[in-house]
Design a binder for this molecule. Structure first.
Ligand code: DQA
Length: 148
């Protein structure tokens, strides 16, 4: 089973970026813990990051070999109809994740255009959101496999 993990804009700056909000772990640190969990769960993961909306759309369109997606769309969460439509277009369950609790922050972050097409959302657990997201994605993909 393969799971695709997609990170949106500015997440490559984790560790130095607004550490009061996002913490001090780098994306590399998070990726290492995801790789350890993937080994433990016996799944394959591919991890990508893009600062570009179209690049993220391309990744989603090419994701047909993956059983599920874990996506932190970052700022595109609140603006991107294109990413939302890409998720809706592919028949792959998506888990939307955020480090911060977007509902506790500025009002413009309260609206996610992605949530209506996501299987579910995990928001506010810091780097643990990624771990919970991968666990959720594997469990959804296993359930889907069982019914197909
Ligand atoms: C974020 C929340 C978004 O509002 C923000 O634009 C990000 C990161 C998070 O993980 O908490 O870049 O997706």
């Amino acid at each position: 089973m393969k799971i695709l993990i997609i990170n949106g804009p500015n997440l490559n700056l984790l560790g130095t970026r607004e550490s009061d909000v996002y913490g001090t772990k780098t994306l590399e640190d998070i990726n290492e813990s995801l790789k350890r969990l993937a080994l433990e769960l016996g799944v394959e993961i591919d991890i990508r990051q893009s600062n570009h909306e179209g690049g993220i759309v391309d990744l989603i369109q090419k994701a047909k070999d993956y059983a599920a997606l874990v996506i932190n769309p970052a700022a595109y969460t609140h603006t991107s109809i294109a990413i939302r439509d890409a998720i809706a277009a592919v028949d792959i369950p998506a888990v939307e994740i955020h480090l911060s609790n977007i509902y506790k922050r500025e009002e413009f972050r309260h609206k996610s255009l992605i949530s209506p097409v996501a299987y579910g959302q995990i928001s506010g657990f810091g780097p643990e959101s990624y771990i919970l997201g991968l666990r959720a994605a594997v469990s959804i993909a296993n359930a889907k496999k069982g019914t197909s």
